[in-house]
Design a protein. Sequence first.
Length: 199
Amino acid sequence: MTTVTKWALAAAVLAVALIVALLPRGGGDSAAKPSEDLAPARSAAALQACPAPSPAQPVKQLEGVTADCLGDGASVDVGKALAGAPVLVNVWASWCEPCRTELPVLQEYAKQPGAVRVLGVQVQSPAKDGLNLLAQLGVHLPSVFDGEGQTGPVRTALKVPSSLPASYLVTAAGEVRFIANPRTFGNTDQVRAAVGGTS
């Protein structure tokens, strides 16, 4: 009886130890790891700072929507960050070939006098891939990361179509307009025409 009890106790302890070993780990190490992994890529990309919250009325369509700043990982309240002045919002992914052509055009546009602010939104691809692409292209536009999956809070709020890139003009009054023509910018003149008299 004693031997059987010992074996039963040993088996129970072993079972508990196995269950604990298989449980997913949470806590500080796994939470900090993404930032550590992205530090070299963020440094190489040298992105401009994400916009700070504006005291103006938040953009209604994006009110309460948050995303991580691709450049430093800080949380960005997108509705507040885009409020009060016109902004061109460009949704892109690292695997998207037309995005590779368009992003440098937007960078060039953003440098021109009278340009409206430009904010990139990386979607459907790992943040590290996006940072590496921006570094490779020499694009330093402020960008937020909307997650790797098929949906994200920014994409949901903007009703982003499946084909990328997709651009939106957020007016100073807080209206959000999808830019359908052209779908992909080939030069800075097209960007200027799309933002119209907002600059």
